[in-house]
Design a protein around this ligand. Structure first.
Ligand SMILES: NC(=O)c1ccc[n+]([C@@H]2O[C@H](COP(=O)([O-])OP(=O)(O)OC[C@H]3O[C@@H](n4cnc5c(N)ncnc54)[C@H](O)[C@@H]3O)[C@@H](O)[C@H]2O)c1
Ligand SMILES: [Zn+2]
Length: 332
């Protein structure tokens, strides 16, 4: 006997501020502590609901934080009819989404991304995660939010380096897509237009491949290297910064070992990534082998997402770790 289940999940993306919620409905809020500090009006508005602050650092994206949240849910007598709302960057949305997918076998999830990176990437497409034993996003689920509120107003308080981190995912999306995101960027259209287009591209890909079995893997362009870097630095490095470096390494690798030449448009897009200098001098072949063997996306080879040109990503299997190490130490 064989049975087929249809997933009937959908996500509605709403551009604008979080609406006033009604008293008679069940909501619980998990909010980045910095947001609670920076937006006292929002804090006051949410006071009538179960509300908890979260210190958004990568190190806190772990089991202890999940445990803490489940206790908070139980103490406040949450049940499956509750809407769990996460307000914050990708660290907050990733772990709250995982908690929402597990508590009572799944509560309705609403996300309010407050960083550029979370607006254009982390809040979209249902990947949830916590890190485990120094392994990046090792425990997670696919659990798309039912609603995502994109409020550009939050970007006003976001520090410049965090805006830059968000740009890494925008450039990644522009590089792998034939959709004309690159034109919006190169013509210096407004950030809001760029955000909307990036969201559209990622959501279109997720609609076709929510479980990451086909084309969605191209959204990992630059990420094999980024994940190695993040693990190497024990998560004391922002994801967006690691992705910026990862993209540069992927371009360098394909040019050096596959003789791929890139046109000026690619170079112009790469210029939008900030010049992140990171010190990988201590990385050795043994450390690299160890970090790679535990990357959940890899089998015995390393599957890299590389690029032939804009909108032309492809998967490339590498067996020679020396080449990977060389690219990571010598990228430009
Ligand atoms: N699920 C996915 O598909 C997916 C995709 C990409 C990235 N991610 C994950 O996202 C995480 C990175 O997300 P991030 O870059 O948003 O990091 P983050 O959540 O740590 O936020 C970055 C910093 O900005 C602060 N902040 C948030 N909103 C602010 C605002 N409006 N004003 C001022 N400060 C604000 C936070 O407190 C934090 O210090 C990583 O853990 C990464 O793995 C997940
Ligand atoms: Zn990413």
């Amino acid at each position: 006997m064989e049975f087929h289940f249809k997933t009937n999940k959908s996500t509605k993306i709403i551009f604008g501020a979080l609406p006033e919620f009604f008293n008679d409905e069940n909501y619980a809020f998990i909010v980045d502590e910095k947001i609670l500090e920076l937006y006292p009006d929002l804090r006051a508005k949410l006071k009538k609901y179960p509300l908890i602050g979260f210190e958004a650092i990568e190190k806190n994206k772990n089991f202890e934080s999940l445990n803490f949240l489940f206790n908070f849910f139980q103490k406040n007598k949450l049940n499956r009819s509750f809407n769990i709302v996460a307000i914050g960057g990708g660290v907050t949305t990733d772990y709250v989404a995982l908690a929402a997918s597990l508590f009572m076998r799944g509560c309705n999830l609403i996300l309010v991304p407050t960083t550029l990176l979370a607006m254009v990437d982390a809040s979209l497409g249902g990947k949830t995660a916590v890190h485990f034993n120094e392994r990046k996003n090792a425990i997670g689920s696919f659990y798309p939010a039912s609603k995502i509120f994109i409020d550009f107003g939050f970007l006003q308080t976001l520090p410049k380096n965090e805006i830059q981190n968000g740009w890494s995912e925008i450039i990644k999306t522009a590089l792998i897509s034939k959709n004309k995101l690159r034109d919006l960027i190169l013509q210096k259209k407004s950030l809001e237009d760029v955000i909307k287009k990036t969201i559209q591209i990622k959501m279109d890909i997720c609609e076709r491949d929510i479980f990451d079995r086909g084309e969605r893997r191209f959204l990992n362009f630059g990420h094999s290297f980024a994940h190695i870097i993040e693990s190497y630095f024990n998560f004391n490095i922002p994801h967006g910064k690691a992705v910026a470096v990862g993209i540069r390494i992927a371009i360098f690798f394909a040019h050096r070992y596959l003789k791929i030449n890139y046109d000026d448009e690619v170079k112009l897009l790469l210029n939008k990534l900030s010049d992140h200098e990171i010190d990988l001098s201590g990385l050795t072949i043994d450390i690299l082998a160890d970090l790679i063997s535990s990357d959940k996306k890899n089998t015995n080879k390393i599957n890299l997402v590389l690029l032939k040109g804009i909108g032309e990503p492809f998967i490339y299997s590498v067996e020679n770790l020396e080449d990977v190490l060389f690219a990571m130490k010598n990228y430009e």
